[in-house]
Design a protein around this ligand. Structure first.
Ligand code: GLV
Ligand code: MN
Ligand code: MN
Length: 421
């Protein structure tokens, strides 16, 4: 097949390109080139509308579940119940100034793969659904994978409803404003029981596939990770008149804590990031009264993660003590280590290798969190497919996937559909 793309595939690539170009402008900030698609905000709602329209065009039955997740169903002829479905898909929300591919690539390839399977005459023997999980990034309310956590009972609905977004609105208020009813949030066992397997395709967020020269890989595991809110409290005072020895400046323990995060993570080959801080009163000529800083920490195993976070917290407490400020550390979310089940991941890898005419494809762990991890930890058979990212950069406008690799992703998902459904 070298250099030759079959006719059917060409049409399918056009489907991918068309869907991609429809979605691409939605929520993109002209100044930065990054995406701002925050849960239940207008840009994200526009993404949802786009998805509903694309699903309707394909005759898929679209529904929004009680937790704000979208499902588009391809029901086989005569199927009575939506049981033991093969579910594919991902998410459409983004981090602040995120890339175009994190989430949407999994959704667009899923729709194109459905078209491809149909075009080849394939008739499924079980239901197939494309899912768009709500609020995967947790960029607005601080809770990653809120939609899948709620569905699987890993996030209490009261806690979810009360989460306060950066704009001051709670999740309940934001959902209501978006026309959704937050009173029904919570575990959805019936729906979960219908998910026979979930296969999430995602852009790779590192360099493994570039290094191995492969367009597609399959996930082995997700590192344990968590988000921790550090609140340093001191006393606001005049920047010019307050002697250095009289200050209770919370920026100082924060600065030492950020340095500790960096050095501790380097020493344990882990990851620690303070990517977001809030300073009050945030005046150039005022000593701050409060510094709130969010630590994102990840490691290859739970013991290493616990030790890392413990060390960073200890530094925060030591330095707060030294300069007479207070410190409070709160865990906002945490996810344990997740090994993708060997049977499904091997099957998916073999199907893709066969489709590509190869013996094997790369198998790789990731430090990024995904709804697939949440479903797997709830006992759903789950696998992840990664598409090469030539920049290796993610959560940034520089995130990228070449069009040929996106098309390889469509073919990989199509092969999975045909094998599993
Ligand atoms: C999701 O992308 C995460 O790992 O933060
Ligand atoms: Mn992400
Ligand atoms: Mn993602």
């Amino acid at each position: 097949m070298d250099g030759l793309v079959p006719r059917a595939s060409l049409a399918i690539m056009t489907v991918f390109d068309t869907l991609w170009s429809e979605l691409e402008p939605v929520g993109r900030c002209a100044a930065t080139g990054g995406y701002r698609r925050f849960a239940y905000a207008p840009e994200e709602l526009e993404c949802r509308e786009w998805f509903a329209a694309a699903a309707a065009q394909r005759g898929l039955d679209i529904e929004t579940d009680r937790n704000g997740n979208l499902w588009a169903w391809w029901m086989p002829e005569g199927a009575a119940a939506r049981e033991q479905a093969l579910v594919i898909g991902s998410h459409l929300d983004s981090v602040p100034d995120g890339g175009a591919f994190d989430g949407p690539l999994g959704v667009v390839t899923s729709l194109a793969a459905i078209d491809a399977a149909r075009a080849s005459g394939f008739v499924p023997s079980r239901p197939i659904a494309v899912v768009v999980f709500a609020d995967e990034e947790g960029a607005r309310f601080g809770m990653p994978c809120a939609g899948s956590r709620l569905m699987t009972g890993q996030l209490h609905p009261d806690k979810a409803r009360a989460l306060v977004g950066r704009d001051g609105a709670t999740m309940a208020e934001a959902m209501s404003a978006a026309g959704l009813d937050p009173r029904h949030l919570g575990p959805d066992e019936e729906r979960l029981a219908r998910v026979g397997a979930f296969v999430e395709l995602h852009v790779e967020q590192g360099r493994s596939l570039i290094d191995s020269g492969a367009s597609i890989g399959v996930a082995t595991a997700i590192w344990p990770h968590g988000r921790y809110r550090f609140t340093f409290s001191g006393s606001a005072d005049h920047a010019g008149t307050t002697r250095m020895q009289d200050r209770h400046d919370p920026m100082i323990p924060f600065a030492h804590t950020a340095l500790s995060a960096d050095s501790s993570a380097r020493l344990s080959d882990s990851r620690a990031t303070f990517g977001r801080i809030e300073v009050e009163p945030n005046g150039t000529n005022a000593i701050p009264s409060t510094v709130r800083a969010w630590l994102d920490a990840r490691a290859m195993d739970q013991a290493t993660l616990d030790e890392l976070v413990g060390r960073i917290s200890a530094t925060a407490h030591e330095w707060a003590n030294v300069n007479g400020t207070a410190i409070d550390v709160e865990v906002e979310s945490s996810s344990g280590v997740l090994e993708f089940g060997g049977a499904l991941r091997s099957r998916v890898a073999q199907v893709i290798a066969d489709e590509q005419g190869k013996d094997t494809i790369p198998m790789l762990p990731t430090g990024a969190g995904h709804d697939a991890g949440i479903l797997a930890s709830a006992g759903v058979e789950t696998a992840m497919i990664f598409v090469r990212n030539p920049t290796g950069v993610s959560h940034s406008p520089h995130e990228h996937a070449e069009r040929d690799d996106c098309h390889a992703g469509v073919l990989a998902l199509t092969a999975v559909i045909k094998d599993m459904a």
